[in-house]
Design a protein around this ligand. Structure first.
Ligand code: RB5
Length: 147
């Protein structure tokens, strides 16, 4: 049975890693919603951060994974939208804490910064970890975001 739907999006710099991560997400039992890009041709990362935000906002996916060269531009783009709490992570510890403390609903990764195995570890931690709530709940509420 599917664990739910995870949206993935990248620009050209993140395209190859996005394809690898899509398989990794499927292997964990989730449905994948691929928002593009679908080729290595040059595109603009804001378009894909925005596509992710729209998918999260309308509830088409519970969580999302974004990839660009650094993870920076695409996470900035996604975080301009009310429904998104995107966390740029570089290892499984930050990915886990992004869920536990920040209730991040989008994981952002830099394909030119982290290797494939580290990226997969980040995705696993992000998907497996629950928000802790408690003292963190009021802080997340103050961010004023939420789907
Ligand atoms: C594309 O060359 C690169 O600028 C983009 O993928 C990203 O790293 C921007 O933040």
């Amino acid at each position: 049975m599917s664990q739910g739907t995870i949206a993935l999006a990248s620009d050209h710099a993140g395209f190859a890693l996005k394809q690898v991560l899509a398989e990794h997400v499927r292997a964990q039992g989730y449905e994948v919603m691929d928002l593009g890009t679908h080729t290595p041709d040059s595109v603009d990362y804001p378009d894909y951060g925005t596509a992710m935000a729209e998918a999260i906002a309308k509830g088409a996916a519970e969580k999302g994974i974004l990839v660009c060269g650094t993870g920076i531009g695409i996470s900035i783009a996604a975080n301009r939208h009310h429904a998104v709490r995107a966390a740029l992570c570089h290892n499984s510890s930050t990915a886990r804490l992004a869920r536990q403390h920040n209730d991040a609903n989008v994981l952002a990764l830099g394909a030119r910064i982290v290797g494939e195995e580290v990226a997969k570890d980040c995705v696993s931690a992000f998907l497996e970890t629950a928000f802790e709530g408690g003292r963190h709940a009021g802080r997340v509420a103050k961010l004023g975001s939420g789907a």
